[in-house]
Design a protein around this ligand. Structure first.
Ligand code: HEC
Ligand code: HEC
Length: 441
């Protein structure tokens, strides 16, 4: 059948034509349409039959290949009694179960890397190659410069924030051993594709992450040979927990196990406990908003349902607010929204920059009163050469230069040590400019 479409189709068409004529002259148009649709149908049946034939053939080929594979495995199993396809022999152990693991099996599990470099496979990679692999496999979540996209983990920066209320713990600022970085990445990243990185790729990526943290130069080559000698920034920042030996004994008392407290009273509902208290300042509780439920204010529980209280109190300024509200008087509502959007964009900068009252230099300088400020002029911050030069030339930040810089930091300030890819969207650039204008001295 499959070889005769050109014969069959006219033949079927002919039949239809006869039928169409039989319906009478008045239905000639109907007959013509019917012929068309019948011809199409025949062509479809024909195509279907030929593809079914092809499918059957390829299924047969697949079955044959599988059979050959089974034979191969069986032959291999017969040739080597130690292969994993054999049932496990009984061991002589206490329970008479199982067998000793093969060296290969142990090797497959034994992938951990220790701080002194034990367990590392041979290999090497430099930050240049690492940048490429990182851009390809990691940057979609961790950012081109390891600065973290949205809420994905930040891997770079955050130095000197560890003692803060809100420390930025990154590989660079926090992790004490390089072996953890290598091991973690090799085993578990890229997220969702764990175990796909080669040893050399992993060395290169780790070198690149060190580079992103300004801990090495871009031509740094990391290998199994120089690995153990690398000291991380926060190596000395951990102590051994010796409380069990030194402290527990002095706290110890027989615990009370029954009738320990006379009366138990519910004093607060956890739904109102929305944040950790600031030491000695504003209340830990926000206002209740449910009808009939005691509400809580900065002065403590009021037990007056909020909905019936005479005048709504002003929201107390949340104590944890890191950034003061805009200082410019009477900004327009549109401007407010822009500043709010800019505060969000600033999350991308926070790993390295602070603003607001008491802002300190982190891995980047504080950014208060930036517009109108001379470039590279923050006291106590060690700028790169290009910023030192801008300072000498007396260049001043204005909106235009800020947008140009933030669009492509490394292009606008060639040689800058700001590891940030840049903001791509105009809306983000406008928003961050408005926000930085709004944060005061
Ligand atoms: C699809 C998103 C995604 C991709 C792609 C990805 N990661 Fe991650 N990464 C994560 C998430 C999520 C975590 C946090 C996992 C957790 O805490 O359990 C993480 C954690 C990490 C951490 C630990 C960070 C910390 O401080 O705890 C490192 C290091 C890391 N990733 C490196 C990499 C590297 C290198 C690559 C590329 C080879 C990569 N990641 C690719 C999502 C991703
Ligand atoms: C990974 C860390 C990092 C991130 C993220 C980062 N910066 Fe920076 N930034 C720096 C460093 C480091 C410098 C100093 C540059 C130099 O000396 O070359 C700097 C310098 C600057 C300067 C120049 C300040 C001056 O005193 O002249 C501005 C402006 C700036 N950053 C804005 C931003 C903004 C806005 C963002 C977020 C959109 C951002 N940065 C993200 C690290 C960072």
């Amino acid at each position: 059948m499959s070889k005769s479409p050109n014969i069959l189709i006219p033949a079927m068409g002919g039949t239809a034509l006869v039928l169409g004529l039989a319906f009478g002259i008045s239905s000639r148009e109907y007959g013509a349409a019917k012929i068309d649709s019948l011809e199409t149908r025949v062509a479809q049946v024909e195509a279907h039959a030929s593809s079914a034939g092809q499918k059957a053939k390829s299924e047969a080929a697949r079955a044959a290949a599988l059979e050959a594979q089974i034979a191969e495995v069986q032959a291999a199993a017969a040739a080597n009694p130690k292969t994993l396809t054999m049932p496990a022999p009984q061991s002589d152990g206490a329970y008479g179960l199982g067998r000793s693991a093969l060296a290969e099996e142990i090797a497959a599990w034994d992938v951990d890397v220790l701080p002194d470099g034990r367990g590392l496979p041979e290999g090497s990679g430099d930050a240049f190659d690492g940048e490429e692999v990182f851009a390809d496999k990691c940057a979609s979540c961790h950012g081109d410069f390891a600065e973290g996209v949205d809420n994905w983990p930040v891997l770079a920066g955050g130095f000197d924030t560890l003692a803060d209320k809100d420390p930025v713990k990154t590989v660079g600022s926090y992790w004490p051993y390089l072996s953890t970085v290598w091991d973690y990445i090799h085993r578990s990243m890229p997220f969702g594709e764990a175990g796909t990185l080669t040893a050399d790729e992993t060395y290169a990526i780790v070198a690149y992450i060190l580079y992103s943290n300004d801990l090495v130069e871009d031509d740094f080559v990391l290998s199994h040979e120089n690995f153990a000698a690398f000291d991380m920034h926060n190596k000395g920042g951990f102590v051994v927990d010796d409380r069990p030996e030194l402290e527990y004994a002095s706290w110890r008392a027989e615990p009370c196990m029954s009738d320990c407290k006379g009366e138990v009273k519910v004093t607060m509902r956890s739904v109102f406990l929305v944040e950790t208290p600031e030491v000695g300042t504003v209340s830990v509780m926000n206002h209740g908003t449910l009808d009939g439920v005691p509400s809580f204010t900065a002065d403590g529980p009021s037990f007056i349902p909020v909905s019936t209280s005479p005048a709504p109190q002003a929201e107390p300024e949340p104590a944890t607010q890191p950034v003061p509200k805009p200082v410019e008087a009477a900004a327009s509502p549109g401007e407010d929204a822009l500043v709010a959007a800019g505060e969000k964009v600033f999350k991308k900068c926070k790993a390295c920059h602070q603003v607001g009252a008491g802002a300190k230099n982190r891995s980047g300088p504080q950014l208060n009163g930036l517009i109108g400020r001379t470039m590279g002029s923050v006291d106590g911050f060690r700028y790169s050469k290009v910023f030192a030069q801008a300072l000498e030339e007396g260049r001043v930040w204005d909106e235009e230069s800020l947008v140009a810089f933030l669009t492509k930091p490394k292009t606008y300030m060639k040689g800058t040590k700001m590891s940030f890819a840049g903001l791509k969207k105009d809306a983000d650039l406008d928003a961050i400019t408005a926000y930085l204008k709004s944060v005061g001295e």
